[in-house]
Ligand binder design. Structure first.
Ligand code: ZN
Length: 703
């Protein structure tokens, strides 16, 4: 483990915050980031850090203060403002109190912070308060967890880290743990650090550099000790290759995702879907295929900190039958059904012991170990699924390391697991209350690089959806992806695709399945236009429009239909139609004819797919010319011609279109996107319907 501290960087960091916060707090944030930079020390929002300093209040008085990392904040990116300032002397008095609920503790924190709108500080705030040191660092380092999850952990830790490192038995993080740490510390006030069994390590120092340095020194000592005591093991048998596992995964993912979807309780949108993410690599496959996994995957987690992400226990699934999809579906269904039952039992037993009602999570597994595939993690969005996957990866590494030491894994008790999984403090980290309407959904948009397609992508992404933008390969698609990726991260992907080629379409859908597990919303938007009178139209040019506008619609809808039938959680198809379907234009026949056929394909799909819960609707805009700098294909085709025909410039032509509708409105790509959102969010029980987005054109009213 390398010590990343640099005096020059620390000074530069502190200088950036000069005048905005105290130097002590700035250096606190600097070294917290160093901890966050190493995934072997902390993962996603784990670990916490503090510094004690003075706070000057509005009366000019200097108050003893402790600044503690905000609950759930990611220390890899933390700044001084990510540490919440609290009244240290007041909180110190809590050492005399016997017991305190999470609710009472949060209330005390929130009423004794220096800023009314700061986030709630870490659940381990009182541990930082009770220990009398300037800087305190706490991590859940892999090497420490490897030593702290064994039968004789205390002895091992003494051997590895020396006699001056104190060990404290597992306690539920929060008030109880802080009290236990204080009691142990008071008996050995000259100890140099504390290992919390089944949890992590706490170091301290007079300076940020000392506290961080000690952390690195001790974790390195633990790593070296493990290395020395690891027997080199012969591989027990050959596991599935990652390529083969990935092929299997793509085959089963939609079934799995369908089975993991819970009931939402809403008739309009009956499924509470999940996003799934696979963990397929040779280390994971060695674990699931070679015996260690079967022995240890279902043992308690390596630390209780991430239980809200992974649930108390994962699900283990034996090798599946890939030759018969019906048998495979039945195998998965019964495994998930058993899991739900066991999880309900676990909840009922422990809720009764706690003597009260709890607000329950769903009973759907978050982590599934599948022999011959690896691990599949689920969450309400790709971020949650990714966090669960990273935590599982850490767990596999630690449990494998203990096995390689020739030792037995020993985790915390089920009571302790439950106490941590169901607590106010942890639930708040999930932010369930602010879930956007399409958080659990995935969409694919054809022709996304154009004006309307890109506006739809943005609208769906803003509403929490995972969006695959597809178009012909090239710079337009690449630049759209780059633009969206900056803002929406893991929730956007770009897939080059040709709607006229069934192989290309099904390949693109496979890529979406591999990334997010399945597909829920299909936006059929790709289309091309041509200006020509019937008498002058070239049949080859007409055929080109047929291929994109009609064949493309049919191929994409057919692929979606097969996928939805396989996934069994309904779905939505939305076709971007046109006002020309209802009110065609002269010299624009090829477009009007082919779009009318596409429109009819969608209407027929609404009849055929209603039985499996799939809705098919249409949005019919009048001319949309651009979305910001992004020109529509329609404009590129007809703009110059129409300008010439009417003797207008660009602005004049837009005004002409505006002037011809009842509302005298300019129709934009965003308007079209909002109509798409209306259908995608399933606001009404509607299928086979068309929303005109045209400012009111009496000739073009759908009929
Ligand atoms: Zn912790």
């Amino acid at each position: 483990m390398i010590n990343r501290w640099s005096d020059a960087d620390a000074e530069e960091f502190a200088a950036d915050y000069d005048g905005k916060c105290g130097r002590a707090l700035a250096l606190r944030a600097y070294s917290a980031r160093l901890l966050g930079a190493d995934r072997r020390l902390v993962l996603h929002g784990g670990g916490n850090t503090s510094v004690k300093d003075k706070h000057r209040n509005i009366l000019g008085e200097a108050i003893e203060a402790v600044f503690v990392k905000a609950s759930g904040a990611d220390i890899a990116e933390i700044g001084p403002e990510g540490h919440v300032g609290l009244d240290l002397n007041y909180l110190r008095e809590f050492a005399a109190i016997e017991a305190m609920s999470d609710e009472a503790m949060i209330n005390e924190f929130r009423t004794h912070m220096f800023s009314s709108n700061a986030p709630t500080p870490s659940v381990e705030t009182l541990l930082h308060v009770f220990l009398p040191f300037k800087y305190i660092d706490h991590t859940h380092a892999d090497a420490i967890l490897t030593l702290a999850n064994q039968a004789d952990s205390e002895k091992l830790i003494k051997e590895a880290l020396g006699p001056d490192v104190l060990t404290v038995e597992y306690q539920t993080p929060g008030f109880k743990l802080a009290k236990a740490v204080l009691a142990a510390f008071n008996k050995r006030r000259h100890c140099k650090a504390i290992v919390l069994l089944h949890h992590g390590i706490v170091t301290w120092g007079d300076t940020a550099r000392d506290s961080y340095g000690l952390m690195i020194e001790l974790v390195t000592a633990a790593e070296q000790f493990i290395k020395k005591h690891t027997a080199i093991q012969p591989k027990r048998h050959v596991s599935t290759s990652p390529d083969e596992a990935r092929r299997r995964y793509i085959k089963i993912a939609p079934i799995l995702r369908g089975l993991l979807a819970g009931a939402s309780g809403s008739e309009d949108s009956p499924f509470n879907r999940v996003i799934i993410k696979p963990l397929i690599d040779s280390d994971t496959l060695d674990y699931t295929d070679c015996g260690i996994g079967r022995e240890t995957a279902l043992t308690p987690p390596v630390t209780s900190d991430y239980l809200i992400r992974t649930k108390a226990y994962p699900l283990w699934i034996d090798a599946l039958n890939y030759d018969d999809m019906d048998v495979l579906r039945a195998q998965l269904s019964s495994a998930i059904g058993d899991y739900k039952m066991r999880y309900e039992e676990y909840l009922t037993t422990h809720a009764q012991k706690m003597g009260g009602e709890i607000s329950r999570f769903d009973s759907i597994p978050r982590v599934l170990y599948i022999e011959g595939i690896g691990v599949v993690c689920s969450g309400r969005d790709i971020e949650s699924a990714t966090i669960a996957a990273d935590i599982t990866s850490q767990s596999i590494e630690i449990k494998s390391a203990i096995a390689a030491m020739g030792r037995d894994y020993e985790g915390i008790s089920e009571e302790d697991i439950f106490a941590m999984e169901y607590r106010t403090y942890q639930h708040a980290k999930l932010g369930v209350s602010d879930e956007p309407p399409l958080a659990r959904e995935t969409a694919i948009i054809t022709g996304a690089a154009g004006a309307i397609g890109s506006a739809i992508a943005r609208e769906l992404l803003l509403n929490g959806c995972h969006v695959a933008v597809t178009d012909l390969p090239g710079q337009r698609l690449d630049s759209l992806y780059e633009e969206l990726h900056i803002q929406f991260g893991l929730r956007v992907m770009a897939v080059p695709m040709d709607v006229t080629d069934p192989v290309s379409v099904s390949g693109a859908c496979g890529k979406v399945v591999e990334r997010w597990g399945g597909l829920d919303i299909v936006i059929v938007n790709a289309g091309i236009a041509m200006v020509a009178s019937l008498s002058e139209m070239s049949i080859e040019a007409f055929r080109k429009l047929e291929r994109v506008n009609i064949d493309g619609t049919l191929i994409v809808i057919a692929e979606a239909a097969r996928h939805f039938a396989f996934q069994r959680t309904g779905g939505d198809i939305i076709l971007i139609s046109t006002k020309n379907v209802f009110s065609p234009s002269a010299n624009f026949g090829a477009y009007s004819v082919t779009k009318a056929a596409a429109h009819q394909v969608a209407r027929i799909a609404s009849l055929e797919l209603a039985g499996i819960g799939v809705r098919v609707n249409m949005v019919a805009p009048d001319g949309v010319f651009s979305d910001g700098a992004r020109r529509s294909g329609l404009w590129e085709e007809i703009g110059p011609d129409r300008m010439r025909a009417r003797g207008l410039d660009e602005k004049g032509l837009e005004d002409y279109y505006k002037g011809r509708n009842l509302l005298k409105s300019r129709v934009t790509a965003s308007h079209v996107a909002r109509a798409v959102l209306f259908f995608a969010a399933r606001q009404t029980p509607t299928t086979g319907a068309t929303i005109p987005v045209d400012g009111g054109l009496p000739d073009a009213v759908p009929r």
